[in-house]
Design a protein around this ligand. Structure first.
Ligand code: NAD
Length: 395
């Protein structure tokens, strides 16, 4: 990690940023203790690490843009887990992925045969990468099949569904995490540290903006039943997350305003964009903005003694950070590889994930409150949302 004097890392920070790499060996040695199996052969194979220990097997459910472009390549870099299976409704995709990633026939499922995954000891984790409206069904079915689960954001399209997913995982005794990759990304971890440890004094104002021009290649994003909403649950959720983890507090109320619709054909069912504001107990405010027709990508904190920001803040790479004292100069990493390895580490070492289902539920509750605020023009109290925060930790 490249750092200037200002951002010199201490040892504990390094372990924090280093994420799972510092945990690989102890984690692997815990594998058998946690009920995992080990390969008999000491020879290095795709399914094992250099010491011959078995990596956890992941099955991706839904082979769309995110699985193909980000998750499958990340799974070639993970140390504790590997791509072991796929679930797809398209036979041509199954054939292509089978060849490209050397996936055995018995680890390939479609949506009808999915539940048979219960009998497959090579699959430890199911990663749900389907349209948002399908997350609940497949997470619950995966839990019933006895698998740990990573579910993409937003966790579901209603908070009631989120609760059912949490209950199903608890009942099955399986871990559930949400695909919140930025909790494992060094620039965003630095925002967490600077804000939560009040390095620049009390954070008085946050500005969080995430908008993109959304084309027509994933039509489900404009279908309310499959998406749950427009840019708010899709990309605006990063603003919510960024404001909360930088401030280190949950908002006590929200207000919101829809953007005017410029494309009536496209935005029949979901909003085109919106501004929303999070009010915190200490009087500070996060001004947030999200859109499917305008581009922005910013997370900025204005504090009593200075400011710090990321721009761009939420994309897969190329993040850049500045503060009132100078550049952050932090290296970009493979966010998804870190995120997935961190979850594998939680399974192997029986630790709680920092991005649990309860955090997904919290965010969906906040999204529901933001829609209610935009629909009514009222300030909506959020004091009843799930109390879960990712505290910056140097432990
Ligand atoms: P996509 O449309 O490219 O992929 C969705 C997949 O689901 C496709 O393979 C499609 O065939 C399959 N599918 C099954 N049933 C379907 C149905 N009834 N309608 C439509 N598709 C169906 O979408 P994507 O961009 O890969 O997004 C998938 C999920 O991943 C979403 O929940 C999204 O929010 C999330 N995502 C997360 C990130 C991130 O950075 N964490 C980035 C992109 C997408």
């Amino acid at each position: 990690m490249k750092k200037n004097a200002l951002y010199e890392l201490n040892r504990r920070d390094f372990i924090h940023y280093a994420g799972t790499s510092a945990l690989v060996l102890p984690a692997l040695s815990m594998l058998s203790a946690c009920g995992g199996t080990t390969t008999q052969s000491a020879e290095k194979t795709e399914a094992s690490d250099a010491s011959g220990e078995r990596k956890l097997g992941i099955a991706l459910v839904g082979l769309g843009k995110y699985s193909e472009g980000q998750l499958a390549p990340a799974l070639e870099e993970t140390k504790l887990c590997r791509l072991a299976g796929i679930v797809t409704g398209t036979p041509e995709k199954a054939e292509k992925w089978k060849k490209k990633y050397n996936i055995p026939e018995q680890n390939i499922y479609n949506y009808q045969t999915f539940d048979q995954i219960a009998d497959n000891p090579e699959i430890d984790i199911v990663y749900v990468v389907l349209p948002n409206g399908m997350h609940a069904e497949y997470t619950i079915r995966a839990a019933q099949a006895g698998k740990h689960i990573i579910c993409e954001k937003p966790m579901a399209i209603t908070s009631a569904d989120c609760q059912k997913m949490i209950d199903a995982c608890n009942k099955a005794g399986k871990k559930l995490s949400i695909g919140y990759r930025l909790h494992f990304e060094p620039h965003n971890l630095e925002m967490m540290r600077l804000g939560q440890q009040v390095e620049f004094g009390k954070v008085e104002k946050l500005i969080a903006q995430n908008g993109q021009k959304e084309g027509n290649d994933t039509p489900w994003r404009f279908d309310k039943e499959l998406s749950g909403g427009g840019p708010l649950p899709d990309v605006g959720i990063y603003c919510l997350q960024g404001a909360i983890y930088t401030k280190g507090q949950l908002p006590v109320s929200v207000t919101a305003q829809y953007h005017p619709i410029t494309d009536k054909e496209k935005f029949k069912e979901v909003e085109e964009g919106m501004d929303f504001q999070l009010q915190f107990e200490d009087g500070s405010v996060a001004d947030c903005k999200t859109s499917y027709t305008e581009k922005y990508n910013l997370l900025r904190a204005e504090a009593a003694n200075g400011w710090f920001e990321l721009q761009p803040a939420y994309q897969y790479g190329g993040l850049e950070g500045q503060t009132s004292r100078g550049e952050m100069n932090i290296e970009n990493v493979n966010q998804q590889a870190r995120q997935i390895d961190a979850f594998a580490d939680c399974i192997l070492n029986n630790k709680p994930t920092t991005v649990p289902g309860e955090m997904g539920l919290r965010d969906v509750q906040l999204i529901e409150a933001i829609y209610q605020a935009a629909d009514t023009g009222q300030k909506i109290s959020t004091t009843n949302v799930q109390k879960v925060l990712d505290h910056y930790s140097t432990a």
